[in-house]
Design a protein around this ligand. Structure first.
Ligand code: GUN
Length: 283
């Protein structure tokens, strides 16, 4: 069994992004800018946003966080987005999800200029992703693809199973795998017999948020296992959706949690922000 080390790869990517930003500043006087909208006081969202801010600082991306109380109105968030769409110093806009219940999330995400949609959540970009066109792909699934590439795992022709069908993770993950010619099975909460799907997968990608969902008996011998879940247990320990201890004995490759997909998500956000900033050169 080999570990798919996302922490190590994310550090390498950050170094590359940092060098590219230095070059962009020197040759074009451009400093990439990322605006983050953070609404409410969900502790996990605050932690993620702090990590994103820190990573931006490390590589030389200018970042600004618009922090708003959970009582904020739809209109006020919309006005903030529209303002950032127009701001020439901002290349990427990210709305940390989830938003409070009274907010129409779809409407907010649809307001982000597709050219600044570094999270790849706008339906325009998602449609392009499905069609295999150049676009911003969501950071977590994009990070999974980068991790597989780093370990020279070619997904072409593999039987892949994606467990979880969210707009942020499962659906774009399935699209990216399909674009790379894997045969993709997508499972979700109404899947009748999860094990019958996971068991035949050469590549199993799980992003549900249920600790211990994937047990050793559900995994094919020699499978590549990617765990996107991040769950904090009552004892404070961070675990994924896969029973790592037992599944790792069967897998050919497996991601650890923490240190697998998590750091890759942030590395891809930096990469997408840099990509958005390059658009300034031609405009
Ligand atoms: N909430 C959970 N994951 C994510 C993510 O990748 N991006 C944003 N914006 N919000 C999230």
């Amino acid at each position: 069994m080999k570990l798919l080390d996302g922490k190590k790869l994310s550090e390498k990517i950050k170094e590359e992004v940092k060098k590219d930003i230095e070059k962009l500043q020197k040759e074009h006087g451009i400093t990439p800018g990322l605006a983050v909208v953070l609404v409410g006081d969900d502790p996990a969202s605050h932690t993620y946003v702090k990590m994103k801010e820190r990573a931006c600082k490390e590589v030389g991306i200018y970042s600004i966080v618009h922090q708003m109380p959970s009582s904020i109105s739809q209109k006020e968030i919309e006005e903030t987005i529209l303002m950032m769409n127009k701001n020439p110093n901002i290349d990427g806009i990210l709305v940390q999800l989830p938003l409070p219940k009274h907010i129409d999330t779809t409407k907010i995400l649809e307001l982000i200029a597709p050219s600044k949609d570094v999270d790849g959540f706008h339906p325009y970009n998602f449609g392009r992703l499905l069609q295999g066109l150049e676009t911003f792909a969501p950071c977590t699934p994009l990070g999974v693809m980068e991790l597989l590439k780093e370990y020279e795992i070619d997904v072409k022709g593999l039987d892949a199973c994606v467990v979880g069908a969210s707009n942020i993770v499962g659906k774009p993950m399935a699209a990216l795998l399909l674009n790379s010619f894997a045969t993709v099975d997508i499972c979700h909460i109404y899947t009748k017999d999860l094990k019958s799907h996971t068991k035949k997968a050469d590549l199993l990608v799980v992003g549900v948020g249920k600790p211990g969902l994937i047990t050793e008996d559900m995994v094919k011998d020699g499978a590549i296992v990617v765990d996107i879940g991040i769950n904090r247990l009552e004892n404070g320990k961070l675990v994924g959706d896969v029973d790592f201890e037992n599944v790792s004995k069967k897998a050919s490759y497996i991601t650890p949690v923490p240190g697998g997909v998590g750091p890759m998500t942030i590395a891809m956000l930096l990469k997408n922000t840099l990509k958005a900033a390059y658009k300034r050169i031609d405009s």
